[in-house]
Design a protein around this ligand. Structure first.
Ligand SMILES: Cc1cc2nc3c(=O)[nH]c(=O)nc-3n(C[C@H](O)[C@H](O)[C@H](O)COP(=O)(O)OP(=O)(O)OC[C@H]3O[C@@H](n4cnc5c(N)ncnc54)[C@H](O)[C@@H]3O)c2cc1C
Length: 468
């Protein structure tokens, strides 16, 4: 069994709730001697959207998508299903690295991207539970109210009004979702809830209908300068291509030459059994908004199309040397913590059964910024570093790749993430120490804020020093 990827067959198939009600793709491995215009490495949202946009630009392109396992194996088949206009970098950070206008343009582009994805889903009749009803971020302690105030102030400073983010007092928030101890919430309409694996399936079907070739169990080992080499169950193969596109996100560190490019960070989720009408009456949540609160160690949830709660959280330790292994998809301590948090926020679910527990890797660049790179000499392009905000951002990044490769002038190809590049992560053990210290400071800040009833500035200070 491959250490990083396991095998696609049971029991190594991830235990993601979403994969239970999605296709079990079984594409054959690629064979030697093939030739393509574009080879895309990775069949998650980045790879799939890149193929969609490339075909929009040039329908004659011969495109192959290779995955080490099968489509949807990575984060795209396991995430929280927030199709959101959020980005891992704040408006201030983008302005600091680029310009105020770039920060504003990026936010508008992300808002618009959510709608473009919705249109694509609608016009291709993809059944993936799409509902655009925004995100509610609750405050359950006074420090959260301060964080929310700062977030809203930041948007206002960049000229965004209530149409971007608005404030709900405790009473108004309670009419949307009944959250224990809620003091208020912020609301942004720029998010839809989806069944992510069914969106993967819809994209695969669409691309098959456009004659894109898919290959599974084809783990790429090297690429660039017109050649892609892969390891398959039948042995090593190589193929010719004009362009190679790396869409490997959290798994990138396991490609030679990219070991320190992207740190894989685990995020974990649980799902309840479908909840009774009685429980939903207690919870409210009729709008199916995506749910979070303003703590530092990110939590996220949605009411699923089949009336469960799918609830996730970050904060699990980073594995030494960017290690990834299917056995890390389960983490009893983290899953228990997520369950306890969910039950504390929603006492109505205290006795419900947790039917699914799973995890997956996000990818983070050293500067915490999403980026798109195109190297016309080596004929390599890449997008990634979405941290936990890639469901919509992949669509935007993929548009930029497609435009730049086909030399199409566009707004997307001039956005900030096209010109930012991150330095490499530190060698081990410094990387392990750095990433885990940041994660630990996040959770300590939450404890401090809960106990002291005031906001901790320590984290911002540390991040300011570390993320450069
Ligand atoms: C638990 C969890 C919850 C999340 N929740 C959200 C959310 O609610 N909203 C949001 O916006 N984002 C969320 N994210 C992040 C989001 O899912 C990702 O940013 C997004 O799916 C990234 O898509 P991708 O195609 O770049 O990468 P992936 O979906 O990870 O796909 C990469 C693919 O590349 C393949 N691959 C890797 N290496 C090779 C190789 N050498 N050769 C061939 N193939 C290879 C893998 O098998 C995989 O299929 C979450 C992530 C996780 C893990």
């Amino acid at each position: 069994m491959d250490e990083i990827f396991g095998t696609w067959s049971h029991p190594a198939r991830p235990a993601s709730l979403w994969l239970d009600s999605a296709e079990s793709w079984d594409f054959d491995p690629v064979q030697s001697g093939s030739a393509f215009d574009v080879v895309i490495i990775g069949a998650g949202f980045t790879g799939l959207w890149t193929a969609v946009h490339l075909l929009n630009r040039d329908p004659t392109l011969r495109i192959a998508i290779l995955d080490a396992v099968q489509p949807g194996f990575g984060a795209s088949g396991r995430n929280g299903g927030w199709c959101s206009a959020a980005a891992p970098m704040s408006l201030e950070y983008v302005a600091q690295l680029s310009s105020r206008q770039q920060a504003i343009d990026l936010q508008h582009a992300l808002n618009d991207t959510v709608d473009q994805i919705g249109l694509f889903i609608q016009s291709h009749n993809i059944k993936c539970g799409w509902q655009k009803s925004g995100t509610l971020t609750f405050a359950t302690i006074p420090a959260h109210l301060m964080h929310s105030e700062n977030t809203v102030k930041s948007y206002r400073d960049f000229g965004f009004g209530d149409e971007q983010i608005s404030v709900l007092n405790a009473e108004q928030a309670a009419t949307r979702i009944n959250v224990h101890g809620a003091l208020g919430a912020t609301y942004t309409p720029h998010c839809a809830t989806i069944h992510p694996a069914q969106l993967v399936d819809g994209l695969v079907r669409y691309l098959l209908s456009r004659d894109v070739l898919f290959f599974g169990q084809s783990r790429v080992t090297s690429f660039g300068n017109g050649v892609v080499a892969a390891k398959t169950p039948h042995g090593p193969v190589s193929m010719q291509t004009e362009w190679a596109i790396r869409a490997t996100e959290g798994f990138t560190a396991h490609l030679s030459h990219y070991r320190r490019a992207v740190a894989p960070i685990y995020s974990y989720m649980i799902a309840t059994e479908p909840l009774s009408r009685d429980i939903w009456e207690q919870l409210g949540w009729n709008g199916r908004e995506t749910f979070a609160d303003a703590r530092h160690s990110v939590i996220y949830a949605q009411r699923t199309p089949d009336d469960r709660i799918a609830f996730g959280g970050r904060g699990a330790p980073y594995k030494f040397a960017s290690n990834i292994n299917p056995k890390f998809d389960m983490n009893r301590a983290v899953h228990d913590r997520i369950e306890a948090t969910m039950k504390q926020l929603f006492p109505a679910v205290a006795d419900v059964e947790i039917t699914h527990r799973w995890g997956g890797v996000l990818g983070a660049h050293r500067n915490w910024c999403t980026s798109v790179s195109v190297d016309p000499d080596a004929r390599i392009a890449a997008a990634g570093g979405y941290v936990g905000d890639g469901v919509a951002f992949t669509h935007l990044a993929a548009r930029a790749i497609a435009d730049r490769i086909t030399r199409t002038e566009s707004t997307e190809s001039r956005l900030f993430f096209n010109s930012v590049s991150s330095k490499k992560w530190e060698p081990e053990p410094l990387r392990w120490l750095g990433v885990n210290s940041l994660l630990r400071i996040n959770s300590l800040s939450d404890i401090y804020e809960r106990r002291r009833n005031k906001s901790s500035r320590f984290l911002e200070w540390i991040i300011g020093l570390f993320v450069k």
